[in-house]
Design a protein around this ligand. Sequence first.
Ligand code: NAD
Ligand code: UGA
Length: 435
Amino acid sequence: MHIAMIGAGYVGLVSGACFSDFGHQVVCIDSNAEKVASLDNGEMPIHEPGLAELVARNVGQGRLSFSSDLKSAVSGAEVVFIAVGTPSRRGDGHADLSYVYAAAREIAGVLPTQAVVVTKSTVPVGTGDEVERIIREQNPTAKVTVVSNPEFLREGAAIRDFKHPDRIVIGTDDARARSVMAEVYRPLHLNASPILYTDRRTAELTKYAANSFLATKIAFINEIADLAEKVGANVQEVARGIGLDNRIGQKFLHAGPGFGGSCFPKDAMALIKTGQDNEAPVRIVETVVAVNDQRKRAMARKVANAFGGNIRGKSIAVLGVTFKPETDDMRDAPSIPLITALQDMGAEVRVFDPVGMEQAKKVFENVTFCDNAYRCAKGCHALVIVTEWEQFRALDLKELSTIMACPVIVDLRNIYSPEEVERNGFLYCGVGRPK
Ligand code: NAD
Ligand code: UGA
């Protein structure tokens, strides 16, 4: 099939590359000409494991290309995916749909007569109706169908998630569009990934419900972690104890500094707005967002508590600043409010991240950027692990104890055993584990 993918960001680029790997002919279109030029040169605009190889293979075999010329790419496509950003709208927290509607306006006049338009961007209920209206207004004779096909991949594991999804959700009542989408996803269906066919509005809501439910699980276990600290229990064992119940499941029960990233915070907020607009408030999600927002600064107090509440003049090393490992994405990373709070308390902050340094330099001010974990820790009063990159799991604790000014480790991801760290002479502070 001929596929046009509008937006070559995390989702558009990964989805486009994977579709081409299935054998489809794919053009990824991006309005950012620099991005297209670097992709043409084989340079990936994002850090995503396996992506460079996947792209190179499919470009080499002539199935994948990049363009900023939307008109010619779309006019030859049977299926046009919209995978542009839907960030939080400044000021009110609604999803900003301006990029989606701009894309709809741009494609409207050039769509082939029977094209299927698919919103892969995460969009609030009713967005598909508006995309359809925009297209019909400009192109009243075209037999265009607008389908909702939300994406569930995670950054850092995006290719695996795309190729082995737990499910594919396709929202349309149109029989022809369903069969076109079945063809698009045929290789996955053959691999036994279930396809859930539903109506468009249900598909749109499913995506927000999924992200908000996962965010709720995290916020829940984080509150249990706080309680565990007070009552002398171990949150990791509680998580295992509840997670082994299949009705609960073990995933997304890792306590930490609060969820971040380009999606959970903004999608939970957008669902809250949809609920409020429709007089069906999702109060649980409202609480989840409030609890999670407070948590990130509270993590700075956890650091201060290791020094009797006062870290003025102290030097703090922060390891890992991206919102999760295996990505360079800094959007809504918990490290941002955490570092700001440490600075507000008068601490001097040093930072190291394995791949996020370039992005981090655009975000943080008055921070010392270091080129490895040990140079970051040198002379510091505390080492704070914020993102659980693999390379932080086996730090040389003996070496750290000799180069740090004060032996304190605050492990916000529980990647160390307290006994091991304390054996090396450190004061150790994890999340939700007994002292
Ligand atoms: P992104 O910001 O990384 O990429 C969006 C791209 O679209 C940018 O490169 C931008 O230049 C381009 N663009 C914007 N308007 C355009 C236009 N009119 N024509 C051509 N290109 C245009 O965003 P993302 O993280 O890939 O997210 C895209 C959507 O997918 C969002 O709705 C997001 O919620 C959803 N989503 C993201 C993830 C994720 O892991 N990042 C996972 C699932 C769903
Ligand atoms: C998330 C969802 O997992 C994807 O299914 C979805 O497609 C995507 O959002 C999206 O819509 O963009 P992602 O944000 O890439 O994916 O990463 P996650 O692995 O879900 O992590 C999100 C945040 O939750 C991170 O800050 C992570 O550290 C935190 N988290 C996750 C925890 O604190 N504890 C956990 O147990 C799991």
